[in-house]
Design a protein around this ligand. Structure first.
Ligand code: AMP
Length: 279
């Protein structure tokens, strides 16, 4: 496994391996959710490139860019174990040199959910992912359903801009007690870690009500919200039932309906989601 820091060197490597690369873009502080993407990447291409870049342009001014957890040494061990060939760790100054002024924006899909509560977030995401695609030239790139809207936005960008690669979405990997794995979980104290279970419990409660025959979004939202509101340390940012393709709001739910939520637990903002028909 090799580590590449410079954009130019990464491009040189990518030229030599053109058509053979699977890319897993991450912000590091790797966990089993990330590892599941790398393991799948290993099956899909001769060369696996893992990028680790805490992308400043997708963080708002009052967000957690500075406190985002980082540990490159530990990440190297996880990557090596998962069969990664190259870790690409660019510097912000190399990705966004002085005078930088070009952006990629997906307009409609980013108006909802995380896009509404984090203005500019997805513009940063699509821009950095487009840059990574240009630098690494992968034939396939893998993303997690944990960031459901991000995956939808990236698929749309790839289609709209005729980017020549396959996008693969992977299931959410959870802790044994149901908490969706996230680098941000490391910032929860013991009490908050317990409170954070309200996200997956809320999803489960809505799924159970739906399985019991409830299809009114208003009623299902009541069920899901009650679980989070019962938790003192938790504050709902959004809890929305949406069409999984357009991300538009719905009044009646079916099996394909997406339930997406963002909840603040202490100072940490967590997201989770499911489809109502999921087991
Ligand atoms: P991040 O480092 O949080 O930007 O995540 C990098 C990639 O890993 C994204 O495609 C995420 O959707 C994916 N990911 C993060 N957490 C999980 C998880 N618990 N299960 C599956 N994929 C995940």
């Amino acid at each position: 496994m090799i580590i590449i820091e410079s954009v130019a060197q990464m491009q040189q490597f990518a030229r030599e391996r053109r058509g053979q690369i699977a890319l897993v873009p991450t912000m590091g502080y790797l966990h089993e959710g990330h590892a599941s993407l790398m393991v799948e990447a290993r099956k899909r291409a001769e060369t696996v490139v893992l990028s680790i870049f805490v992308n400043p342009t997708q963080f708002g001014v009052n967000e957690d860019l500075d406190s985002y957890p980082r540990d490159l040494e530990r990440d190297q061990r996880v990557a090596l174990e998962a069969g990664v060939d190259v870790i690409f760790v660019p510097k912000a100054a190399d990705m966004y040199p002085q005078g930088y002024q070009s952006w990629v924006n997906v307009e409609e899909l980013t108006r909802h959910l995380c896009g509404a509560s984090r203005p500019g977030h997805f513009r940063g995401v699509t821009t950095v992912v487009a840059k990574l695609f240009n630098i690494v030239a992968p034939k396939v790139a893998l993303f997690g359903n944990k960031d459901f809207q991000q995956l939808a936005v990236i698929r749309r960008m790839v289609r709209d801009l005729n980017m020549d690669l396959e996008i693969v979405g992977m299931p959410i990997v959870r802790e044994a007690d149901g908490l969706a794995m996230s680098s941000r979980n490391a910032r929860l104290d013991e009490g908050e870690r317990q409170s954070a279970l309200c996200l997956s419990r809320s999803l489960a409660a809505a799924r159970a009500a739906f399985a019991g025959g409830e299809t009114s979004v208003q009623a299902l939202a009541g069920v899901a919200l009650a679980v989070i509101e019962a938790e003192d340390a938790a504050q709902v940012d959004y809890l929305e039932f949406r069409d999984q393709d357009s991300l538009e709001a719905l009044e009646e739910a079916d099996e394909r309906t997406l339930l997406a939520l963002a909840v603040r637990v202490g100072s940490v903002r967590l997201i989770d989601n499911c489809l109502l028909g999921e087991r």
